[in-house]
Write a protein that binds this ligand. Structure first.
Ligand code: SAM
Length: 281
């Protein structure tokens, strides 16, 4: 018994299925089920929702999501060693847990999910950032998910919620804040994980806005932001020269001083610039 369900403690599960953590798969497990239940609560009201979980590992967060009332969980796990442990959880929650063995970057989960859908994950950081960018840039908005509740290295979490003028402000902040409300909802030291990683972590909760915060063409906005931050120390009139030969006039037209640097420019101003460039194209 573990406190949140009738299944065995995770240390026993790991020993029984021989799930010694593999560095190559970014396996830093959460073994405290009270903590995983707390993270699941940060994902919002799960009772009427399907939850997509990526990288369940031995199932700590999966059990938290189920114990907190998720209608169904779809879990995608790359490490086949974890599948028998996850099958035990599925048996304890009949009809509520489906597990797909595979790489989340290659599996298309939508066919297995019914809206409303929330996403929750404690992933290796490289995979987490790539999936976040994909979740934030679907062909249409609003996306299929209502919210994303994701564990990141604390430094990455800070980049997602950063404001203009801070060192962490850049493409990730603009991408996330354009179409979601993004908040850090929990911070965790290395000791929360087995084995402990070198850095602290944080859980970010992103809620999809019904429409982008300010109008802009996604492709134009993405190109402008990429160019601006690729040379973040340069003045915008130089950094954006490749985007338009008349960039200085376009910057002035939307009230951005051409001598400004990217990290000083608000999301609203970047969107205005993207609209101006689209209009002039
Ligand atoms: N969610 C578990 C927890 O909180 O204890 C495990 C977290 S561990 C940081 C990351 C998990 O993601 C591991 O189980 C690993 O095998 C899995 N994983 C790594 N890359 C993956 C990928 N591309 N697709 C699906 N799962 C992946």
């Amino acid at each position: 018994m573990s406190g949140i369900d009738d299944l065995p403690p995770l240390r026993d599960v790991i020993a029984r299925f021989d799930l010694s953590p593999k560095k190559a798969l970014g396996q830093n497990f959460l073994l405290d089920l009270n903590l995983t239940a707390k993270i699941a609560r940060r994902a919002g009201d799960l009772s009427g929702c399907d939850v997509l979980e990526v990288g369940p590992g031995p199932g700590g967060l999966t059990r938290g999501l189920l114990a907190e009332g998720a209608r169904r969980v779809l879990a995608i796990e790359k490490d086949p060693r974890c599948l028998p442990a996850l099958a035990e959880i599925a048996a304890a929650y009949p009809g509520r847990l489906e597990v797909i063995g595979g790489d989340a970057l290659e599996v298309e989960p939508l066919a297995h999910l019914t809206p409303p859908i929330r996403v929750a994950a404690n992933l290796p950081y490289n995979v987490g950032t790539e999936l976040l960018v994909r979740w934030l840039t679907p062909p249409d908005w609003p996306p299929y998910w209502q919210s994303l509740t994701l564990m990141f290295q604390k430094e990455v979490a800070e980049r997602i919620v950063a404001s203009p003028g801070s060192k962490a402000y850049g493409r990730l902040a603009l991408l996330a804040q354009w179409r979601t409300d993004a908040k850090i909802v929990m911070e965790l030291g290395p000791e929360a994980f087995t084995p402990p990683p070198k850095v602290s972590s944080a859980v970010v909760h992103l809620t999809a806005l019904p429409e982008p915060r300010y109008p802009a063409d996604p492709a134009v906005l993405s190109r402008v932001v990429a160019a601006a931050f690729n040379q973040r120390r340069k003045m915008l009139r130089a950094a954006l020269r490749g985007v338009s030969p008349d960039i200085e006039a376009h910057l002035v037209a939307v009230g951005i001083p051409p001598t400004e640097r990217a990290e000083q420019v608000s999301l609203e101003a970047f969107c205005a610039l993207a609209r101006e460039l689209k209009r002039a194209a």
